[in-house]
Design a protein around this ligand. Structure first.
Ligand code: GDP
Ligand code: GDP
Length: 468
């Protein structure tokens, strides 16, 4: 898992300059074609020996116009939501403006760790803006010049600390992370997102990217071999057998699939005794590559801690999930077992509703068709777009049925909802007092939305915003 880092700040402070510096010229050029509307750019970036995922919120220089400003704010908040760490940038020469304060507030409210960057600091020790920036309440500023590459080592020192914290939670060391990052892997991920246009649902001629993840010995390779129909990957009872990292294409029911096999990364890491941990980082890597993730459980030992960790990551990364209950051939009383596992899934993965559980046997090939059909079904849901008019008809209904609470004697007004993106479905709901709206009410809306529009399993994001 790479550290997700968002660069946040008002226009013109130097965010893109830093993004380009971290990502490297070649990539930035591809994305910097004039006239390309981009709200958010995301890319892999290197800083010293560290590979991070960097998110830039720039690209809307023409702020001032209402719609654009709203959009910029939404994009900023979304980038903040996706990030583990925020780089909050100010222009040390210009000092602190109300817009800086606005964005600083977004960063502070998120509760995410924030590194304050006083940019354009080359050539002088400290400008007024440097001292003023203490008033933002974001800690000590790092003296930086994005243009001249000054302050990068301090930035590195700070980021690496957060990377360590994140990886520690996952049981992966910084060194292991670097080994894994060295893999060629999939193409570097630069996304150009247009938050408002109606993007076509998906392109069926493009392969659907699937990852099959799970604990060592869950049966991943056996399943893949069966699906692809050839003994491409070595399998064996001894965990962590050496394999090559490859991606495989195949077709099923006229649909193209692409699978990225990360097993080979174990070879690169060569840390046999740490396999338990490594399989999680393998999984992370594939999850980031994939659109739909098949989490494989060994039904003889289902829902172990590692399984839950992996499933949770899939959700947090915003990917669609299908759970394969593998080795079903070893189950004596399938009906009972399935009921038991359903109950467990609901209890242990409360953040995921109605995840498809598909009993399969990689060994005999039983139900592998059903598994692939589930992958296709969930992929469509992950790509779904609900029109604004349908959404608002729903909103009217649901708020009438159960109105939002009042605050200080005045009812909070819910005004308008719109889907800002798919993959995963992400909605914005505008209301009079988003700050006062209880979490439970947002959850109510979200649950009802899921039920009404039949959105099981895939992660759904709902952002509450202030709107007139
Ligand atoms: P963004 O709108 O925050 O993405 O800002 P840009 O990256 O587009 O930068 C705005 C302007 O500030 C550009 O003219 C940059 O060349 C300039 N700039 C960026 N970083 C520095 C820096 O470290 N020092 C100085 N002097 N100028 C910088
Ligand atoms: P991986 O580490 O997840 O890739 O697991 P493998 O595919 O190497 O499988 C580990 C072991 O489980 C091997 O001995 C497989 O033969 C066995 N296995 C895999 N799938 C099944 C299954 O559906 N049923 C049974 N009984 N054994 C299986």
């Amino acid at each position: 898992m790479r550290l997700n880092v968002a660069i946040v700040g008002r226009p013109n402070v130097g965010k893109s300059t830093l993004f380009n510096r971290l990502v490297g010229k070649k990539l930035a050029l591809v994305d910097d074609r004039p006239g390309v509307t981009r709200d958010r750019r995301e890319s892999e970036a290197r800083l010293g020996d560290m590979t991070i995922n960097i998110i830039d919120t720039a690209g809307l220089e023409v702020a001032g116009e209402d719609a654009l400003e709203t959009r910029m704010r939404l994009q900023t908040e979304e980038a903040v939501a996706m990030s583990d760490v925020i780089l909050f940038m100010i222009d040390a020469r210009a000092g602190i403006t109300p817009m800086d304060e606005y964005f600083a507030n977004v960063a502070r409210k998120s509760g995410k760790p924030t590194i304050l960057l006083a940019n354009k600091s080359e050539g002088r020790k400290a400008d007024a803006g440097f001292y003023d920036s203490y008033s933002l309440g974001l800690g000590d500023p790092v003296t930086l010049s994005a243009e001249h590459g000054i302050g990068m080592s301090e930035l590195y020192e700070q980021l690496v600390k957060y990377e360590e914290i994140k990886l520690k939670e996952l049981g992966i060391s910084h060194e292991e992370m670097q080994l894994l990052a060295m893999d060629d892997g999939p193409e570097v991920n630069v996304s150009i997102e247009d938050g408002e246009s109606e993007v076509p649902l998906y392109d069926p001629t493009k392969p659907l990217r699937v990852a099959i993840v799970g604990r060592p010995n869950a049966g991943k390779s056996t399943i893949i071999n069966h699906i692809i129909g050839q003994e491409r990957l070595l399998t064996g009872p001894e965990a962590g057998i050496t394999r090559d990292s490859i991606s495989v294409n195949w077709e099923w029911n006229d649909r193209k699939f692409k699978l990225f096999d990360t097993a080979g990364m174990r070879k690169k890491a060569r840390v046999q005794e740490k396999l338990e941990k490594l399989s999680v980082s393998d999984a992370l890597r594939s999850i980031q590559f994939a659109e739909v993730v098949v989490v494989t459980l060994d039904v003889t030992i289902p829902f172990e801690k590692q399984d839950l960790q992996i499933a949770d990551l899939v959700g947090r990364e915003g990917r669609a999930i299908v759970i394969a209950l593998n080795k079903w051939d070893l189950v004596d009383n399938p009906q009972e077992k399935l009921a038991e596992l359903r109950e467990k899934a609901t209890r242990l993965l409360p953040q995921m509703r109605n995840v498809p559980l598909v009993p399969i046997s990689g060994l005999t090939g039983k139900n592998l068709d059903r598994l692939l059909q589930s992958v296709l079904d969930i992929y469509e849901i992950w790509n779904m777009r609900i029109s604004t008019s349908r959404l608002n008809r729903w909103l009217l209904n649901v708020t009438k049925h159960h109105p939002p609470p009042g605050v200080a004697g005045r009812r909070i007004k819910i005004r308008y909802a719109t889907q800002i993106k798919a993959r995963p479905p992400t909605f914005v709901v505008f209301c009079s007092r988003p700050d006062a709206l209880p979490e439970s009410y947002t959850r109510y809306l979200l649950n009802d939305l899921r039920a009404t529009f039949k959105i099981p399993a895939v992660p759904v994001r709902m952002l509450m915003r202030k709107g007139e």
